[in-house]
Structures are given as C-alpha cells and as structure tokens.
Design a protein around this ligand. Structure first.
Ligand SMILES: O=C(O)CCC(=O)C(=O)O
Length: 234
C-alpha cells in the first residue's frame, strides 16, 4: 500500500513548539475501547514472547533489526492496524512501519537514556497505554563543553508528558541529536521543563502517580532480508 512521502498537514497542529524540531504530540489518538483492546492483545501474547530486562519487559514484533538486514516477520493484525494508520500519516517518508516494540513498565521502572540508532528510519512513533509517563531528553556526551564533568543532570534538557492513549512522533533533531529515557520513579512531579503541558493537560507542581504503562513503539526498519533469499544461499 502506498503511503504519503511527507508527514500529513493535519499533524502540523500537533507540533510541540517549545521542543527542538520535531515533536508531534497527539492526545487521545486512540479511544478507551481501543486502549482496552490493545492491552488485552498484549496480555494474550504467549509467555515466551516476553523478554524480561532490568527495569521493564518487552515484546519484539516484526523481526530482529540487524545491520545485515532484519529477517522480517508479518506483524499480527492488532499491531498492523495501528502501524498502517501511522504510516498513512506519512510518518516514515512513504514507507510502511514494519517493526513494533511493546514495552511494559511498572511504577518505579524506566529505561536508561539512549539513542535508537541507525537500524531504524529516523522516526519513532509511540502509542501509550494504561498510564502516563515522562519522557526525558538529554544532550549526548560529545555535545557538551570540554573540561566540564558531565552528569546525567547537567545533560538533561527537557521532558514530554506522554498521556495514555496519546501518539508521540519524534523526528529530526529530536530523534538524531538527543538521547531519551524514562526515570524509574513511582510518581512524576511536573516542572516548567515539561514543554508540552498545555496540550497534555498538566500544571507545574502537580504530582502524577504512575500506573503500569505499556508503550507500542512503532518504527520502520529499512534494511530487510527475505527468508526465501536466505534459504537459497549456502
Ligand atoms: O516506552 C517508551 O515510550 C520509550 C521506549 C524506548 O525508548 C525504546 O524502546 O527504545
């Protein structure tokens, strides 16, 4: 199916203006019924589909990205629907999403600051289910001034409040230049460094207790190898 090669005009109103280019934050991208359905599907996945990591557990769908090419597997229908919906917004420059990571975080769990790296098309799209989180952004170590010892705190730049049922799209500098992570805390206190408060609905000073959050991280892996090609080679 052909998808638009540019991000849809209708997304422009969702650009977060106080962040470097480009963050799109779409509140209520899915309905409560869709959220419940997606959470049920995540729960229904066979137990071996889960990988337990320190601070979260995850399901990998679509294949394992690899520098030589991802051996692509068809996404299940419940993920394909949303992957197609996002691809139809032109999020992946005309390509279709073919990879989904499902992350589950209990309160006090998170993910260390990291970059998503070159195996993906440089756009990450995330649907959040079950709970909000704060996604924090950091400059990378080599962007900081010589001689000054850098801590995670001094590299911290801004946060985004990501509510349940929202869609978040990160591209450009926000994908390629900065690291992102989630603190392992039981509650988030909102500060003026949370740059999308007006659209995500929050007040500076407010504390939001975390519940269990499931995120669907939907991406396009450009380099794919087909199983039949592999089988025909010695
Ligand atoms: O759960 C999220 O929103 C972030 C996930 C993430 O950064 C990742 O899987 O690389």
């Amino acid at each position: 199916m052909a998808h638009p090669s540019r991000i849809s005009e209708e997304l422009k109103e969702f650009i977060v203006k106080d962040a470097p280019p480009t963050v799109y934050y779409v509140p209520d991208f899915i309905t409560e019924a869709e959220e419940e359905y997606l959470l049920q599907q995540v729960c229904r996945a066979p137990k071996p589909k889960w990988t337990q990591l320190s601070g979260r557990r995850l399901q990998n769908w679509g294949g394992l990205p690899h520098p030589k090419g991802m051996l692509a597997e068809k996404l299940p229908d419940w993920l394909l629907t949303y992957s197609q919906k996002i691809s139809a917004l032109g999020a992946f420059a005309g390509k279709a999403a073919n990879h989904v990571l499902v992350n589950e975080y209990k309160p006090e769990e998170g993910i260390m600051p990291h970059e998503d790296g070159p195996l993906y098309h440089p756009t990450v799209t995330t649907i959040s289910l079950g709970s909000h989180t704060l996604l924090d952004f950091y400059t990378s170590v080599n962007q900081t001034q010589d001689g000054v010892p850098q801590t995670e705190e001094s590299r911290y730049m801004l946060s985004l409040l990501v509510r349940r049922r929202s869609l978040l799209i990160l591209q450009g500098e926000m994908y390629e230049r900065y690291l992102h992570g989630i603190q392992g805390v039981a509650a988030d206190t909102l500060t003026e460094r949370v740059v999308n408060l007006s659209v995500a609905g929050g007040q500076v000073g407010e504390t939001l207790p975390r519940g269990t959050r499931v995120s669907l991280t939907i991406r396009h892996v450009p380099k794919v190898c087909r199983a039949n090609l592999l089988l025909s080679r010695k």
